[in-house]
Design a protein around this ligand. Structure first.
Ligand code: C5P
Length: 221
């Protein structure tokens, strides 16, 4: 089974307040993008990689891949206005004979191969897709402005991470319609009745959103 990785790295990262897009802020001694790129390259589960780079940053992304010896990188496209659009644009570079696609956010640099294994092997069990999840430890409430409306039963709730893996054709079909509101790919597959397995996530797969996240993650490298 050939597995292609789509690396969503086209976000602006406004909340970081940096002078460059999030994928190119420094984590340790190199751009954030380099961390997940190198880990996907090293994974025996992944055959090829397509990067969705911030528009205008395709060349630096390709140079970084070359510097890191990431020979699996097959294409680098300019991403879209939303994450969903970036994934759809990258997916267009995945060949028709690819069996599965793994979508990962460059904003989650600490990618462990065990998570890749869990989501990809779920496809061999017959699932349409698989997502890494974590239990919710806080109490979760729905609010309307300042007013608390209700308290949700956290037993049935999970937070969801990337990488997310899908049967390639299932993801292509799911990306046909309006993808602009989707915060992850699995939601598009679920909306079409696809069966998505929740597998064990990884607490280290933190997402870089603000500068404090970068410090926290750099300390875990
Ligand atoms: O903005 P946020 O952190 O939620 O984005 C999640 C991931 O999606 C990031 O890795 C970001 O680079 C990517 N993204 C993208 N194209 C966009 C917006 C976000 O590839 N237009």
């Amino acid at each position: 089974m050939s597995v292609w990785a789509v690396l969503a790295a086209a976000g602006s990262g406004d909340r970081l307040g940096a002078d460059r897009p999030k994928a190119f802020v420094r984590l340790g001694d190199r751009p954030l993008l380099g961390e997940s790129l190198e880990r996907l390259e090293a994974s025996d589960w992944i055959d090829a990689i397509v990067i969705a780079a911030p528009p205008g940053w395709e060349e630096p992304a390709i140079l970084l891949a070359e510097e890191l010896g990431c020979g699996k990188v097959s294409a680098c496209v300019a991403g879209g206005v939303t994450r969903g659009e970036s994934v759809r644009l990258a997916l267009a570079e995945v060949p028709d004979d690819a069996a599965a696609v793994l979508v990962h956010d460059a904003a989650r640099p600490l990618l462990d191969d065990a998570v890749v294994e869990r989501v990809v092997t779920a496809l061999n069990e017959g699932w349409d897709g698989a997502v890494p999840v974590l239990p919710v430890s806080d109490t979760v409430k729905r609010v309307d402005g300042e007013r608390v409306i209700e308290t949700l039963d956290r037993n049935g709730l999970r937070t969801v991470q990337t990488p997310q893996a899908f049967v390639a054709q299932v993801l292509r079909d799911a990306c046909q319609g309006d993808v602009s509101e989707a915060s992850d790919c699995a939601s598009l597959v679920e909306a079409r009745g696809g069966r998505v397995k929740a597998v064990e996530g990884d607490p280290r797969l933190l997402k870089v959103t603000d500068p404090a996240d970068l410090d926290r993650i750099a300390a875990m490298l």
